[in-house]
Design a protein around this ligand. Sequence first.
Ligand code: FAD
Length: 352
Amino acid sequence: MEILDAVVIGAGQAGLSASYHLTRRGISHVVLDANPAPGGAWQHRWDSLTMHDVHGIAALPDADSPTDDAGRANVVVPAYFGSYERDHGLPVLRPVRVDRVESVGDLLVVRAGDRSWTTRTIVNATGTWTQPHVPHYPGMETFRCEQLHTVGYPGAEHFRDRRVVVVGGGASGVQLLGEIAPVAADTLWVTRREPVWRTDDFTAEAGRSAVALVEDRVRRGLPPASVVSVTGLALREQERAAERLGAYRRHPMFTRIEPDGVRLQDGALWPADAILWATGFRPAIAHLAPLHLRSEHGGVQLDRAGTTAVADPRVQLVGYGPSASTIGANRAGRTAARGVAAWLDRRADGHS
Ligand code: FAD
């Protein structure tokens, strides 16, 4: 039986960065990715998201950034990842969807259907895209028209001349309202909390302190908040038309959903043809359940370096919590490779 030093699960920004750094250290590994093609979650982003719209894609280690500003993000980034995998000879196997990871003595067994890999460590890089989060609201199953999550956003035209409720106070909600409001018959924006708008220019320092807040949550084993939820929101040029239409007048959450619309807190019914849940994602880590990594607070507690699971140091988590951005994922890949190497060294020295 072949025993690998590491298995990386997921070939998005975080998994590719980890694989690059493992390769540099000469650590034997494979990368298992559920998608049929390179690109991580980027290959599934909606067609209207251009490279100009995204907040910036950090360059993968030892590579230039993708440059095509006008191109679609779901084309440019997958092509960029594909070339990167080839140029660096990264050992990616796909499509391989990992179902579970089990601990067998000192080793970990990674299972995908009837295939399995035995390894000393894993680097989990499965992102959040496959775990869209839709909160439960009373009456939601009675709604006669369409409900969808951003994960299945079909483009603004789909909403032409319709009355659309957009739920969620994050960057996706703001961006999609910007596209939908100018073509819809009307929009209603509802959020649980009052949105926090950035009042001054967003500085690198403010970005760092936002990430530090999420780092602190993860070190305490709390479920990670999204980094954007602590950086605040900003309107871009392409959202000004929606702003002029009043689309960003925020309403508190409705009290219930009814067959023909949503019941507002003042008792009025807002008739709706569609509800778009821009309510975010959760870490896609169900396959790690057999390892019992979750703390009593509901999240996976990570060490001070930021990627090693406190409950099981054979496991590295990248793209999780504070590293859930392309720049964070890059750094986490490097830290995780260091964590894997440290574990293998300790094992070789017989300290564990
Ligand atoms: P992903 O890109 O999601 O890759 C995870 C990979 O793991 C996928 O290929 C998936 O198929 C695979 N996988 C999942 N489960 C399994 C399994 N069980 N077995 C095997 N493989 C599995 N960040 C920025 O820095 N700049 C931006 O402009 C930006 N814009 C964003 C826009 C949107 C709409 C969203 C949702 C996020 C955005 N982010 C942005 C965040 C950024 O995309 C992510 O933080 C980062 O790209 C995540 O990379 P990742 O490698 O963790 O995950």
